[in-house]
Design a protein around this ligand. Sequence first.
Ligand SMILES: [Zn+2]
Length: 410
Amino acid sequence: MNDKTLYAQILGITTPWEVSEVELNLTDSEVKVRINYNSSQGYCPECGKAFSVYDYREERSWRHLDTCQMITTLISKVPRIKCLEHGVKTVNTPWSEANSRTTMMFERFAIDLLLASKNQTKVSEILRVSFDVLHHIMEKAVKRGLLNREERNIEYLGIDEKSMKKGHNYITVLSDTKEHCVIEVGETRTTSASKSLLNKGLSANQKKQIKAVSMDMWQGFMNAVKEELPEASIVHDKFHIIKYLNEAVDKTRRAEARELQKNNNRTLIKTKHIFLKKKENMTENQLTRFQEIQEMNLKTSQAWMAKENFKEFFNSETINDGKFFFAEWYNDVKERSLTKMIKVGQMLIKHSEGLLNYIKHNIDNSIAEWINGKIQEIKTIGRGFRNFENFRTAILFFLGKLSLYPQSSQ
Ligand SMILES: [Zn+2]
């Protein structure tokens, strides 16, 4: 078997395509495989009808998977046909999608490596391609995945903001909370941007099926859902409410630490992380310190307790149980004069419908936390995204549960 036959087999090249030359460059560890088209006829990529070859495009190259650890490039002049209906068209090649700089096998492997490592820098090193080539593969994969995504029945949505950069550069993430995947990502978090996001991510039919949308108490999201999904309930979920309660604990701690320090009491200095934790997650040292502080009956410990107690609300079996629990909890924080907790309580009273809807819909809350963590991970490996489109592509690539692979055209 000569090297032409060998490469034709490796690459899956069959007639009328033919490997015409294999050029080895040992100095650069490179193989160039030239492929000719040996037929006077070709098929229109639009309608599949056969026409005679009209002309040939300029020579182009496609990066392929390495063979024998050498960078392998396919080179070919692809013929064009003149379809009576569709005009002059380039015929499909068996090794790549239209307008691609890499072969399908290369793309599949790049997608596998990206999904496995979630590290664009590492994958570009392994595959010896630029970040740009890799990004192009991801972009195409997401486009293809969105195009081929089936219209499924979605009942529960999550809509959430994420900061893209430090400061106030927000993006909005729309997710399917049952399927655990991101549906679409939007720029900014205003009412009109959130409305467009709902329309971009969901068909008119899907919009009618939505039962509830979980979200933070952000007016832009609430307005958008009320206007675009009038039948759906708004649910303020556990993840976001706990976040407010945690912030209230920390504010209480900071204020009290300042008070104590006036009398040279340093009890609460450097205790932020202790009070943001659940008891079972504390280290032994943290737990000892936590217990010592608890015996002093400071406002901080009481606020921490109020936050922990609130978690019981989410186990309420009926709306009435929930209402009763909340009233008791709110009375307790008022009696203890936990001002920061009272503030959260007041905010929850203002949003009581969405709060109680949590019990009604029994929303799976793990998604909000999961997406939050995953997006943080993507941000870290992407070394910060300067551009919205790139960030959107990465989120949908890793979290969209899309069918990312290129489809064979022949
Ligand atoms: Zn045609």
